[in-house]
Structures are given as C-alpha cells and as structure tokens.
Design a protein around this ligand. Sequence first.
Ligand SMILES: O=C(O)CCC(=O)C(=O)O
Ligand SMILES: [Fe+2]
Length: 346
Amino acid sequence: MTTSGGRPIPRISLRDWENRKNEIQKEIMAAAENVGFFIIQDQESPSVADIEEAFKASENFFRLPEDVKKQTPFIREQNTGWEMRAQIRPSTNLPDQKESIQLQYHRRHDPTWPRVEDQIPGFHKTISSFMEKTQGVSLKILSCLAVGIGLKEDYFARIHDVNSDEAMTTLRLLHYHENETRSIPNGHIRAGAHTDYDVLTLLFQRTGEDGLEVCPGRECYTSFGTGDVWTPVEAKTGEIVCNIGDMLMSLSDDRLKSLFHRVRNPRFGESRKARHSIAYFNQPMRSAIIQGPLKKYPPISAKDFILDASKRNYAQGERERQEAIENSKFKYPDNGQPGILLSANA
Ligand SMILES: O=C(O)CCC(=O)C(=O)O
Ligand SMILES: [Fe+2]
C-alpha cells in the first residue's frame, strides 16, 4: 500500500498467480470496493520490455507529421482513430491538451489502423501483440471482480470477446505535449476530470511522467460531483493502474465505484516534458446486457450504456463543437490551428 499524497492506492502483486489466485482475488476485490483505483504489479505479461516497446511505438506514431496521422481520423461511432486537442470534458468545457489514437483488436486489418509500416517498422505487430497480452491480464483481474460481485468467474471473459465484430474494447495511445516550448492556454488542462464508462481500465504510465490524479466522491454511476481532494497516482514503468468504470459500477449495483480522475498540468519547478500513457478500456460486446445481481438499474445493452454515458459525458455534440471551433478566433500558439476557449472553470 502506498500513500502518495492523501488517499492510499493499493498495490497488488500478481506474482505466482496460479498458486495465489484466491488471495489475489480478495485483495483485488477489497481494493475495488474500498478505493476504486489499484495498482497491479509483477504480472507475467505484458512484461516491462513489452510495455517499453509499446511506448516506443506510440512515441514514434505521435512524432509522425500531422497529415499522416490525419489519415486515420477519429470516428466517434466506432470509438477509433486519431484526434488532437479535440476531447472536451463537461468538467472543463475545454479541449484536453493531448492527442490520442484509439484502436480495436478486431479491426486490426481494416483502415481504422494507421498504415505506417514504412515509417515505423513493426508498429502493427508490436501494438496488436501488446493488446493480446493486456487482454490476458485484464481477464485475470476481471475474473477476480466477477467472483467478488457474485457472478460466474468467466462472466467477463464471455462478454469481452475481442475477436468478435461486436467487440468494443479499445486501446488508446495518449500523448500530452511537452510544455517546455509550448505553453498550455489559460484554463486548459492535460485531461479534464472524468470517469471512464467501460468495465475496467488498465493504464500504463512511464516513470517520471506523473500527472494522473484520482478523486473519490461518487454515490451512483449516473451522478457527477467531484470532490476537491486529488490523490496523485505516481507513474512507474511496468505497473498497471486499474480503475473501475461506470459499467462495472452499474454491474455491481454501485458497490464498486468508478472514480473521477484527471491529468493535471506540470506545476512550477516540475518537469515540463511530454507525458505518454496507454489505456486499455475493457468494454463488453455491444449486445451484452448490463445489469447487476441486485437489479438496482434496469437492464441495458452495452451499446446503449455507452451511448447514454457519452451523452452525459460530452459537453457538446460533435456539430456544436465543430461550429464553436470554426467561429472561434482563438489559435493555438504552436501551430496556428483554430481551437476554442469557452470558459475556465476547470
Ligand atoms: O493519460 C492518463 O493517464 C489518463 C487517460 C484517461 O484517463 C483516459 O483516456 O480515459
Ligand atoms: Fe480516464
């Protein structure tokens, strides 16, 4: 257990999984129930080397010229593709200061994956193999949570078939730009406070690239309301930060909490270099029915759950956002691209 600035974020070792499964199950369940965020260590796979390789591929992707990255644009309906300073959270009403690309395993041979083999040899292989490994460890953690909330051990494995055309699980490579030469416009933040609306997120960070913070204070999955106590989640290469998403909060009849989190800007005197992170959002297949054993909420398909969540979570519709950008006189200082400055209530 580490107390890095207030609230303890439990650390759980997966060492000797086969023999210690029951013990690990209890630790994971206690962390999920009492905190909502926990850190997994000592997993066999993905190894530290696998994680470092995935980060290298990610850095190489984000280094590509914008017109190459634009060839794989963000498609909201599919939750795939590249976007830059485009995601607006209701907590800020301003675009997050980051770029990201979202990829789904079952679409790995379609145009939603960038064709960059010439520029980044091995990109496709590195990322798809990283997804397979992250899927493997996700299912171990999810089996512990399933047992803990009274579902069958393989419940999540059955509804998270990443090879199915119905799959929604998504890997997100993220890049928060350096702030040594590029300042963050007033009121903006690297990633505004939000909850994830999947079942379980696995997040990979790199030592020295801190900024992730978590905040308690959610009673039911439909409520907003962030408190003002933010706990840093220190970045360490090799570890996996896990957080409960809204779907698991609902599936557990609000027993497990999906917590608000954000990525804050570097403070005076801190490193202003870029931050890279990799998130793996475990989301059930579209037709899976989301309802907890106590039936606190009516049954809903995973597809509709996500649609509802995205309505709640996006400050504006896509059209309104585009109009706001087009009508704005604000231009980002580093590339002269238009952006929006609405209010600064972060
Ligand atoms: O980059 C991070 O550390 C957080 C990313 C995140 O929370 C998200 O994409 O949902
Ligand atoms: Fe998140």
